[in-house]
Design a protein around this ligand. Structure first.
Ligand SMILES: [Zn+2]
Length: 300
């Protein structure tokens, strides 16, 4: 039976510790029915399975699964895609440890699934439609089967320990508006950048109606699309991220609900006012009442 090897379990645990969702290592019944996946071990693979064809996969073939599925990071699909693009680029660049990565299947934006395959060449371009549409909401990483006993946590660590794009990251510009907690809806195919200029690196593209919790707007380069120099800015994954104002279709104010507290304060104040008023009237009329009482007794 297929089992999840400790090295991939440790990588999944690290992902979870960073706020990611672990969607699994060992293939489910659908994977088993096909019998081809890196999520399966030796005895569940069909003859000629693509995940057991390369020399490295044949050499390391055991009952261990050799893939990991990643879900949302910090509750966000955009954050998952940003991470996945970084990871796939690490593989393209042959970064330390990525020699063991066989393929990465992920979404470039809300509609395009692509894959990087080491078999296509380490620095090969991403391949369109490499996986099915389920990869719009999860990222698949498979490893050569001969890497079963090699540690893998180091593959993800650089992203979380240091900024993935520190060299190009500009210092934060002065805010022109400060609207913390407001939620900006970003239009389809908008680019998310590392600085408020079209020259800055793109970290992700969004699909329709995605939302970002913004800090405010800053003055950046003029966006030919909207003619404005204002950019929305927010903080995500240890970075300030920016998108041009023309990419934002609406902004909803921060949704801190203080209405009940305000209502309670108003009620309390009204009661205190009424009490004070009654006391003042009583104090003002007391001498008069005394005089009336005295007059009455004099007449009697
Ligand atoms: Zn998978």
């Amino acid at each position: 039976m297929t089992f999840a090897p400790p090295t991939i379990r440790a990588l999944a645990a690290y992902w979870v510790a960073q706020g990611g969702v672990n969607l699994g290592i060992v293939g489910d019944t659908a994977h088993q029915a096909q019998g081809t996946s890196y999520h399966l071990g030796k005895s569940q693979l069909a003859v000629g399975a693509y995940s057991a064809r390369t020399a490295r996969d044949k050499a390391g073939l055991t009952e261990a699964a050799s893939a990991l599925d990643l879900g949302r990071l910090g509750g966000s699909l955009l954050a998952l895609r940003t991470f996945s693009l970084w990871f796939a680029k690490q593989c393209q660049a042959n970064a330390p440890g990525t020699r063991d990565v066989r393929e990465v299947i992920f979404a470039l934006d809300g509609t395009h699934v692509v894959g990087w395959s080491r078999e296509a060449g380490v620095n090969s371009a991403f391949i369109s439609n490499y996986g099915d549409s389920s990869h719009l909401t999860h990222t698949h990483i498979s490893f050569y089967r001969d890497s079963e006993f090699r540690a893998k946590v180091g593959l993800f660590q650089p992203y979380f320990k240091t900024a993935p794009v520190p060299a190009t990251e500009a210092p934060m510009p002065a805010l022109t508006t400060y609207i913390p907690g407001s939620v900006a809806t970003i239009k389809a195919t908008a680019n998310i950048r590392t600085a408020p200029t079209l020259a800055a690196a793109t970290v992700a593209r969004v699909s329709t109606g995605e939302k970002a919790k913004v800090i405010g707007t800053v003055k950046g380069a003029i966006d030919p699309d909207g003619g404005s120099d204002q950019w929305f800015m927010w903080w995500e994954l240890s970075h300030y991220l920016y998108t041009a104002k023309s990419n934002v279709t609406s902004v909803a104010a921060a949704t801190t609900d203080c209405a009940p507290a305000v209502a309670a304060a108003v009620t309390a104040q009204k009661a205190a006012d009424a009490q004070a008023q009654t006391a003042a009237v009583n104090a003002a009329t007391a001498p008069l009442k005394q005089k009336i009482a005295a007059a009455k007794s004099a007449l009697g």
